[in-house]
Design a binder for this molecule. Sequence first.
Ligand code: ZN
Length: 440
Amino acid sequence: MALDMTRAQGGTAVHDIGTEIHGLITELFPICRSITGNGVRETLSIIGRHIPLEIHEVPTGTEVFDWTVPKEWNIRDAYIKNSRGEKVVDYRKSNLHVVNYSTPVRIKMPLEDLKKHVFSLPEYPDRIPYRTSYYNESWGFCLAHNDLLRLRDGEYEVCIDSKLEPGHLTYGEYLIKGESDAEVLISTHICHPSLANDNLSGVALATFLARELGGRRSRYSYRFLFVPGTIGSITWLCRNQGGVDKIKHGLVLVDVGDAGKFTYKKSRRGEAEVDRAVIHVLKHSTSDYDARQFDPYGHDERQYCSPGFNLPVGCFSRTPHGEFPEYHTSADDLTFVRPEYLSESFAMCLSILSVLDDNRRYVNLNPMCEPQLGKRGLYRMIGGPKDGGVQEVALLWTLNFSDGAHSLLDISERSGIKFDVVKKAADALLQHELLGALPE
Ligand code: ZN
């Protein structure tokens, strides 16, 4: 891939991209998103200022495998007022206050009854929890536990000015055409309201990766999906069953803006090329990481890796869902995600994609004994300037194992030499006509 890594690895440039990603998270943060509705449309329209996003609208009631596209949810306002008419809970202060997907309600009730519809977190009494009522029509409020304790007995006026009615499920898609129709899939969920790490971090990172790749030549085509969690990926898979064979590698991006170490959850296949590429890049980085086997719990990789598809799609994150105490609470805010972690995640993803794009197989065109490197000037290249030099040992590994069966990543794993170094050696050998590329 003609991916320019200087931008991702250079000092100030990295800071700039992290700041840009954080800026987009900040812009998207106030919007009340759900699995359907105008919050998703508004989000996609903002993303559309950065990349040419194609928007799809799928009608409520559409059958998608064992599921049905649900009603569309929209909300204008919600509050709880005490008997003096004072708002004690106000959706306009935090959209987390309303259980996401709540049916409309306008009712007066005593505190005792209201409490049956209220959720709080006694273990984190200052945080508002995030709750949803998808696929089970009901209504409710989420409060900081301390605020719940402050409510006195009496009658309360409850209002949720929402609409749950036939409409559409909305998702965004952007296909960057490469030299080949074979695709790399990048998928991220766009259904959470004001929560930064889960998953505006993934949404914003995917947006800037797409912008970066959109301006470059690449071997693969890159398909970016911005879908509501679960139902969105199921809907996409159902509508695109015929084309999934083109997906050769894929990543779900989530929770990429916190300070935690990188965590990679492998595809169901376990040893797919994407699994090996991610682990190679993490292993050769200076960052701490954790690599895990696939499990059928998590994000949209559950759908991509369902046995009927079994696509080579892993999940790339920093601290995974449920493993940071801010998860699904109001503490997952704009201060919890930081530009420096976002830029590190950006650089890591670009490195992974570049390994995938450059991982080809070659044939040694001079396989009878070693070719004489000196007479071709290849020794002069060795030990040159830091970035231009080619390692002799990498030349020897690449020559020996370029037998048409081993890819550059195979050679890199076997030799322990970083992929970029093997790639550089292969480029030099190609230039000197000692290697030939295999047709795809
Ligand atoms: Zn979540």
